[in-house]
Ligand binder design. Structure first.
Ligand code: 13P
Ligand code: ZN
Length: 330
């Protein structure tokens, strides 16, 4: 139970590979999404992998990504202690080695993703290997995810105009030379708002990469980024072909805002005065009959609905990916 490091997370991935299920890696930037996810995962007995990008850490830390990691790391650890499931934290799409060094020194994350996929192959190898060495020499209990190929779209501070699918032989060489624990591959998904029907998905390529790695004695879990748009059957096909970490961010962002929007729109007469009523906010609309209603504008009202909706969405995803009922700790 509670919050765990890399060794435990590696065991979860081994279970996932053996049992052919996937872990939905869920991005967070603030506490409502985080609590919704933990609650949702606990309801379906799934272990939970959270992740934070550099932008999310910077947001949570009021401009300071390391403060954001410390604050959210504490928050996650304390809330995770309330539940029986295992909770983990990945640092998503990290590009700056100095920031990674600080994350390693703090030893907060369960895993770190170094994203040097925009660099040439050799430079990608060099940077990814540096992160593995950093963690080894610090003796930290942190796994390393790296990326080979290019995933189209926009994810936080990462932008790619075009997709480059991952080459299986290069993937083997990459893992062999870097010693990374997980490999993010490009097989047709897209970061951001994407419709599954429009994507040129290549689960067969994921399978080829998995087989090529296995033929070289490497049992590396494969990671699917940009998974918000893909449909249940598409997701299951990817898992059958060796994907065992599935990244979702955009889906939760939409659910968050849509939930608040629906609440406020359906109760707008409790939040904004009727057109032409006059009065101002400073005086709490002293001069007019109308008053706002705290039952709707207290942010905790929307917050609770957001947590609940995010929990429901996570539960559905955990059933689709097969992690529901598979917690190592329950
Ligand atoms: P989406 O925003 O498309 O869900 O992608 C998430 C992701 O890949 C995080 O690394
Ligand atoms: Zn991503």
């Amino acid at each position: 139970m509670g919050y765990h490091g890399g060794t435990e997370l590696a065991s979860v991935y081994q279970d996932a590979l053996a049992g052919e299920f996937g872990l939905i890696a869920s991005n967070v930037a603030e506490p409502n999404t985080l609590i919704g996810l933990i609650e949702g995962a606990a309801r379906v007995d799934s272990d939970l992998l959270l992740q934070m990008s550099n932008g999310a850490c910077t947001f949570a830390g009021n401009g300071d990504p390391i403060a954001g990691l410390q604050a959210m790391g504490n928050y996650i650890e304390l809330i995770a202690d309330q539940y029986d499931i295992g909770v983990f934290l990945n640092m998503d799409h990290q590009t700056d080695l100095d920031t990674i060094q600080r994350q390693v020194e703090l030893d907060i994350p369960s895993s770190i993703m170094i994203d040097a996929s925009h660099e040439e192959f050799e430079e990608n190898v060099t940077r990814s290997k540096r992160v593995v060495e950093m963690i080894d020499s610090a003796g930290a209990d942190i796994l390393v995810e790296a990326e080979l190929g290019t995933i189209k779209g926009v994810e936080d501070e990462i932008v790619a105009e075009e997709a480059f699918y991952t080459d299986p032989e290069k993937a083997v060489e990459f893992i062999d030379r870097t010693g990374c624990d997980l490999l993010a591959i490009s097989v047709g998904t897209q970061h951001g708002v994407a419709k599954g029907a429009d994507l040129e998905l290549r689960p067969d390529l994921a399978g080829e990469i998995r087989t090529a790695l296995r033929d070289h004695g490497l049992d590396t879990p494969l990671v699917l980024h940009g998974a918000s748009g893909i449909q249940s059957e598409q997701l299951q096909r990817m898992i059958e072909h060796g994907i065992c970490k599935i990244n979702k961010d955009t889906r939760y962002q939409y659910e968050y805002t849509r939930t608040a929007y629906d609440l406020y729109r359906n109760n707008d007469e409790s939040i904004v005065p009727p057109e032409g009523a006059g009065g101002d906010r400073k005086s709490f609309f002293n001069d007019v009959e109308w008053s706002p209603n705290k039952d709707y504008f207290d942010p905790r009202v929307a917050g609770r609905q957001i947590r609940n909706r995010i929990g429901e969405v996570y539960g559905e995803l955990a059933h689709t990916s097969g992690s529901a009922g598979q917690s190592r700790y329950v």
